[in-house]
Design a protein around this ligand. Structure first.
Ligand SMILES: [Zn+2]
Length: 411
């Protein structure tokens, strides 16, 4: 039995944080005894993780608690690299769909997110100044090809940012990206008809022009577009991302007999990444079941969490991941799609989405809760899932997040 000078218990979670007597601690923190799933190194086993100077210093079967200033007891928990959500909207207060980043991302095990097009060239400086530079969540962005970003569309104003093609401005997009290459990882365009009208392909060509000029990928939001998905896919190239891949209805990946379109398989073979982007209207249990039955898994699983789905059906990325566990994907394959896989897209800095020694000290701790949970998709269809990932605690660069939101009592 270890002895501790004091012991801190996080209520609700039964997660214990302890401070061993250590005079010359080698590590800042050890996450001890969790079931570690790290697809970047094909690891799925009980491990201790030691972090020093914000990086993973050591991962091993046993690391003495006395070597750290702080020990987190993760026995019985699932421990993964800090999750990466490739599609969120955190331009709170500017884009109508924006939500605050920290309570919805880092507080839920997601240490790194990509704001997918909430800002365009004219509104990006504010995203950087008031969100990226100040929140605890590590926020990157895809720049909307429209100068106004996603500031026009809301339930009471159903006209999107490209309804007037003159708002698509590759020159300004290129300039904004050149000034912010450390945080802008690509370009975003939404193709739905009330957003991009009947000139959607012209808008996509302008986005392509900007993307080629800065040599960064495009993320294309599909569904309900005037032009067909094969016409859209014809303009994409290796490294580009299709989001809302498992949506229902017109403009999706299935034909009218529920078979995966040949053009979609070709795009995937050519290196286009299929992203989920669950959202308020873009994930269907039926499409997911059909696609997986035809061996078309997604490349990345993202939430598209925003104002109009954060209270349901999305809630958070962990809930979207739980849906894929229910769909029959192995837990390791699901976690890969929110860690190692997104880390390989879009040109993130190296060392994200992994617990290899030298990586960012980003760790997510979950409880795999068993029971009967009714989870809805975006078209009001439900499935009862029996295992659900519940976020317990998050470390970013070795710092435990959430002392303000998780009750902590020192005994
Ligand atoms: Zn979105």
């Amino acid at each position: 039995m270890k002895t501790y000078t004091r012991r801190t218990v996080l209520f609700q979670t039964a997660l214990t944080v302890a401070y061993p007597q250590a005079t010359a601690a080698r590590y800042d923190v050890i996450v001890q005894g969790g079931q570690v799933v790290d697809p970047s190194q094909n690891l799925s086993a009980v491990r201790d993780i030691a972090i020093a100077g914000g990086k993973v210093a050591r991962i091993a079967e046993s690391i003495p608690a006395a070597e750290a200033r702080q020990v987190i007891d993760a026995r019985g928990m699932l421990v993964t690299p800090g999750l990466i959500d490739l599609h969120v909207h955190v331009y709170d207060g500017v884009a109508p769909l924006g939500i605050p980043a920290d309570p919805n991302c880092i507080a839920k095990g997601v240490t790194t997110v990509v704001d997918a097009g909430s800002a365009g060239a004219h509104t990006f400086p504010g995203l950087r100044k008031y969100v990226i530079n100040v929140v605890d969540t590590r926020v990157f962005a895809l720049l909307n090809i429209s100068v106004v970003g996603q500031s026009t569309l809301s339930p009471d104003n159903p006209w999107g940012e490209l309804i007037d093609l003159r708002l698509a401005n590759p020159k300004l997009a290129i300039k904004t990206i050149e000034q912010n290459r450390d945080v802008i990882l690509g370009i975003k365009i939404r193709m739905t008809e009330n957003i991009a009208g009947r000139h959607d392909l012209q808008a996509l060509k302008l986005a392509r022009e900007a993307s080629d000029a800065v040599n960064l990928p495009l993320m294309v939001h599909i569904g309900g577009s005037f032009s067909t998905l094969p016409q859209i896919l014809a303009l994409l190239r290796k490294g580009d991302v299709i989001t809302h891949s498992y949506r229902q209805g017109a403009g999706g990946i299935l034909d009218d007999r529920n078979r995966v379109l040949g053009e979609v398989r070709k795009a995937v073979r050519d290196g286009v990444n299929l992203d989920i982007g669950h959202g308020a209207g873009s994930f269907s249990w039926a499409t997911a079941e059909a696609a997986l039955a035809q061996d078309l898994p997604p490349g990345t699983i993202s939430s598209d969490v925003h104002q109009y789905n954060v209270a349901g059906p999305v809630l958070d990325l962990a809930t979207t991941l739980s849906k894929f566990v229910h769909l029959g994907m192995k837990l390791e394959d699901v976690i890969a799609r929110a860690t190692a896989n997104p880390a390989r897209t879009l040109g993130f800095p190296r060392g994200l989405g992994s617990l290899r020694e030298g990586s960012y000290g980003d760790v997510a701790i979950f409880k795999m809760t068993e029971g009967d949970f009714v989870l809805q998709d975006s078209v009001k269809q439900s499935r009862t899932v029996h295992r659900r990932l519940m976020p317990v605690a998050t470390l970013k660069s070795g710092r435990l997040y959430g002392s303000a939101s998780i009750p902590v009592v020192t005994l």
